[in-house]
Write a protein that binds this ligand. Structure first.
Ligand code: MEV
Length: 327
């Protein structure tokens, strides 16, 4: 009996006629990146830019992706998901993405979440909790460290808050070592957010590993992480009260702490400075070291123009309540 048969009580075997298609969104982090890895709270929103994945059994004796031979080194998230699920069949995989990879927009989380749903052969009820948990395990393994913020936001969609305690809107908990993250839905008010891409590629794993070393060795880094946690709590209150002036002020403070942690970049600083003239506040979003920044504003057109004039690519960001979705 092959592996596929052994696990078929959980996962459908791929057959020649079964093709499964899922999509999952990217995200932006409003408050708390990096500190969330150490159990501090964080707030993210799913964005209306998606990764799409389509998987069927291959008619050939090799796995292909978008017509090319599957390279486990290049497709490390997908490969790790396949290993975790014990998939040893040859597959035909097609993907497309509206997300910029290595920019802090949650591209690897969307890849992981949509691929796991396809690979599990899910065609009816989506068990979001288990997919979010497995997707986190994949990100953790590939990157060497992670929090579940990107993968849970991509799975669930909408506004998401992670905190050490369980509060209203609780969805699921994820535990790794000593750290437990409680994942909640958060009704974030409608925000006008503009995203600015520096164009500087910044893979998550490297920077997360660098901060891990800094955190282990330095009281200063641990203090910054604690301060970010306090800002997230205040940011959550300000969002609940729809106090955009306070939200913007706290975004600026969060950016200052991220700079102290060493995860900003001169290009991020230039886009953030330019955007602030028309915004309540602005900060990097995601891993930093390049990648993207976000600005909260009532003047999205002017903010976009300022970001472009400072050398970035600007996007006015619609958020989405749609998380993982069968296509
Ligand atoms: C990356 O989008 C967010 C980080 O906090 C890493 C993580 O939480 O896994 C930098």
């Amino acid at each position: 009996m092959g592996r596929c048969h052994e696990i078929s009580y959980k996962y459908l075997c791929f057959n020649a006629f079964l093709m499964i298609r899922y999509s999952a969104p990217g995200k932006i982090i409003l408050f708390g990146e990096h500190a969330v890895v150490y159990g501090e709270p964080a707030i993210a929103i799913a964005i209306d830019k998606r990764f799409r994945c389509e998987i069927s059994k291959s008619g050939q004796n090799r796995t292909t992706i978008n017509g090319l031979i599957f390279d486990p080194e290049k497709q490390n998230y997908l490969n790790c998901a396949m290993e975790k699920l014990g998939i040893d069949e040859e597959l035909e995989i097609h993907t497309s993405s509206e997300l910029i990879s290595g920019a802090g927009m949650g591209s690897s989380a969307a890849v992981t979440v949509a691929s796991i749903a396809c690979l599990r052969g899910l065609t009816d009820d989506i068990d979001k909790k288990n997919i979010a948990k497995m997707a986190f395990e994949v990100e953790y393994e590939v990157q060497g460290n992670a929090s579940p913020i990107d993968t849970s936001t991509s799975t669930q969609g909408g506004g998401i808050i992670l905190s050490p305690t369980k509060n209203s809107g609780f969805l699921w908990s994820i535990k790794k070592g000593e750290t437990t993250w409680n994942i909640h839905k958060s009704d974030i008010p409608k925000l006008n957010l503009v995203l600015g891409n520096t164009g500087v590629h910044s893979p998550t794993g490297k920077l997360v590993a660098k901060i891990k070393e800094f955190y282990k060795r330095s009281f200063f880094a641990r203090d910054i992480v604690n301060q970010v946690g306090l800002i997230v709590q205040r940011g959550h209150e300000a969002l609940k009260n729809e106090d955009l002036v306070e939200v913007g002020r706290l975004m600026d403070q969060n950016q200052h702490l991220l700079s102290c942690l060493g995860v900003s970049h001169p290009k991020l600083d230039a886009l953030i400075d330019a955007a602030r003239e028309h915004s309540y506040g602005a900060k990097l979003s995601g891993v930093g070291g390049g990648g993207v920044m976000i600005a909260l504003t009532d003047e999205p057109e002017e903010t976009s123009k300022a970001i472009e004039e400072a050398g970035g690519q600007a996007y006015i960001l619609p958020s989405t309540n749609k998380g993982l979705k069968l296509e």
